[in-house]
Design a protein around this ligand. Structure first.
Ligand SMILES: C[S@@+](CC[C@H](N)C(=O)[O-])C[C@H]1O[C@@H](n2cnc3c(N)ncnc32)[C@H](O)[C@@H]1O
Length: 312
């Protein structure tokens, strides 16, 4: 079951892009722009996409993200599905596992908890939560990503799948005990302060909101896994979004940057208390590269920031 929320754009036919992997960062050397999460092949209709840094509003960001993830969900899941696991909860490419980190609280306390997962992809995290007795709701903007959730569950997910935008959550106030997001939504929205307010609204008092994003410092470096990714090439303080646009100038892929300070201010302004900021270190067992994340860079600079927020 995929519930299409009133706030979401009506679903279109799902894309079935099956593209061979090639260097998705081929544009970056030209202008130093960085697309830190975009590590699968080019979308079908954007082979000639031009990478740039420019402002993008809420609507254009949402449209670009939905189109890109619909076109690229197949390749994302085929490339990263094994690492993500069907019912594992990892916070990022380092492999920090919620089973060990317990950032949402002790696993034993998850039983019965109402949990909202934002930007769930194929809902691997929600499936892990359901296995601990929680009652997750898995939300994503991309219809094709949610179809992968259905595929994993043979069409019978044990929890609701909702297609909606993180900036307009189709739930009543205080509906959830916990909210989480592993690289889902927050890096892709133009107005992340609005997402913080929305999550605050749908959480009950005492609820917890834990989300991971690319560590902001990565925006100062080229998104390359090798040594070339270790030399500062852009200003950390430049908040101009990373955009790939088609020949008509329409954004087909967008990522938004906030400094650490920006994130802390957005969290506090929404009414949350920041209880922890986790910067996972690269573990010895992890030898895999994921786009610009690699053992080499992971040993030297943080790649992921996980914000643990409490709605007091
Ligand atoms: C990097 S993937 C992460 C998915 C999953 N959490 C994982 O770890 O594989 C980002 C996900 O965020 C979703 N997304 C992007 N923008 C969104 C938005 N505005 N609202 C909700 N989901 C969004 C994408 O469709 C995609 O599934």
């Amino acid at each position: 079951m995929i519930q299409d929320s009133p706030g979401a754009t009506p679903p279109e036919p799902a894309g079935f892009a099956q593209r061979g992997g090639h260097d998705a960062y081929e544009h970056e050397e030209d202008d130093g722009a960085t697309g830190v999460l975009r590590d699968v092949g080019e979308p079908d209709d954007a082979d000639d996409a031009e990478a740039t840094r420019r402002t993008v509003d809420v609507a254009e960001s949402s449209r670009a993200s939905r189109g890109w993830w619909d076109r690229n969900a197949d390749e994302y899941q085929s490339e990263h599905g094994a690492f993500l696991g069907d019912d594992r909860f990892v916070w990022g490419p380092e492999g920090l596992d919620e089973a060990d980190a317990a950032l949402l609280g002790p696993a034993t306390a998850l039983a019965g908890a109402r949990v909202l997962e934002i930007g769930c992809g194929a809902a691997q995290c929600s499936r892990w939560l359901a296995g601990r007795g929680a009652r997750p709701v898995a939300l994503d903007l991309s219809h094709r990503q949610l179809q992968h959730a259905l595929r994993i569950d043979d069409g019978r997910p044990g929890f609701p799948l909702v297609q909606a935008d993180a900036g307009t959550l189709p739930f009543a106030d205080g509906s959830f005990d916990l909210a989480c997001s592993a690289y889902g939504g927050v890096p892709f929205v133009a107005d992340s302060a609005r997402v913080m307010r929305e999550v605050h609204r749908v959480l009950r008092s005492g609820g917890r909101w834990v989300f991971s994003v690319t560590h902001p410092v990565r925006w100062a470096f080229p998104d390359e896994p090798g040594p070339e990714g270790l030399t500062v090439s852009a200003s950390y303080f430049d908040r101009t979004p990373y955009v790939e646009q088609d020949e008509a100038g329409r954004a087909v892929y967008v990522e938004h940057h906030r400094t650490l300070g920006d994130r802390v201010r957005e969290i506090a302004a929404a009414g949350f208390r920041l209880a922890d900021l986790v910067e996972p270190e690269w573990p010895h067992w992890n030898s895999q590269e994921w786009g610009g994340w690699s053992p080499l860079r992971g040993a030297l600079i943080p790649g992921t920031a996980v914000f643990v927020c409490v709605r007091d």
